[in-house]
Design a protein around this ligand. Structure first.
Ligand SMILES: [Zn+2]
Length: 179
């Protein structure tokens, strides 16, 4: 089932997620709906808050050809789609600066500096504990989605100048979706 994606201005996007204690059928249904919603919106990542929920869950699927050449190989051991339950970033290294967008900020894309490599600890849908080190665009997606789960948004990662340059778009979103 395709769910409605929450937009900047909606309060749930500022909520901190709650750890998932057990992977129930309800959680499996939520994950399946999140994946369907992400694919329908042509996104590469989606966090629970973006479908109005607060479970600590995000999904990511980076198409192989979207990843830059060296990282296609280094990320090859990670199967897509990635379902991250209770993810925590435990190490970051290096820097990358690339254009970043968000399904909750339609039509907005700005260059954002992120770590180039992150190690993330999480549980998969079968409840297995996993630790993966990922690079490039996938590392960016993991940072973006775990930010969501902490109530941190793309706008918080922008410089004052970047925020000023899209102030009109941000205001329109807040007027349309804010309480
Ligand atoms: Zn986002």
């Amino acid at each position: 089932m395709i769910l409605t994606i929450t937009k900047y201005g909606q309060a749930v996007l500022r909520q901190k997620s709650q750890p998932v204690t057990e992977v129930t059928d309800e959680i499996r249904t939520l994950v399946s709906n999140m994946l369907e919603t992400m694919y329908a919106a042509k996104g590469v990542g989606l966090a629970a808050e973006q479908v109005g929920r607060t479970e600590r869950i995000c999904v990511i699927d980076i198409p192989k050809d979207a990843e830059k050449a060296p990282y296609r190989e280094t990320n090859a051991g990670v199967k897509m789609p990635m379902v991250l339950i209770n993810p925590e970033i435990i190490a970051k290294e290096g820097r990358q600066r690339n254009e970043e967008g968000c399904l909750s900020f339609p039509d907005i894309g700005v260059p954002i500096t992120r770590a180039n490599q992150v190690t993330v600890r999480y549980q998969d849908l079968d409840g297995n504990e996993r630790t993966d080190t990922v690079y490039g665009l996938l590392a960016r997606a993991v940072q973006h989605e775990t930010d969501h789960l902490d109530g941190v948004l793309l706008v918080d990662r922008m410089s004052s100048l970047q925020k000023m340059s899209i102030a009109g778009q941000l205001r329109r979103l807040q007027q349309a979706f804010g309480a």
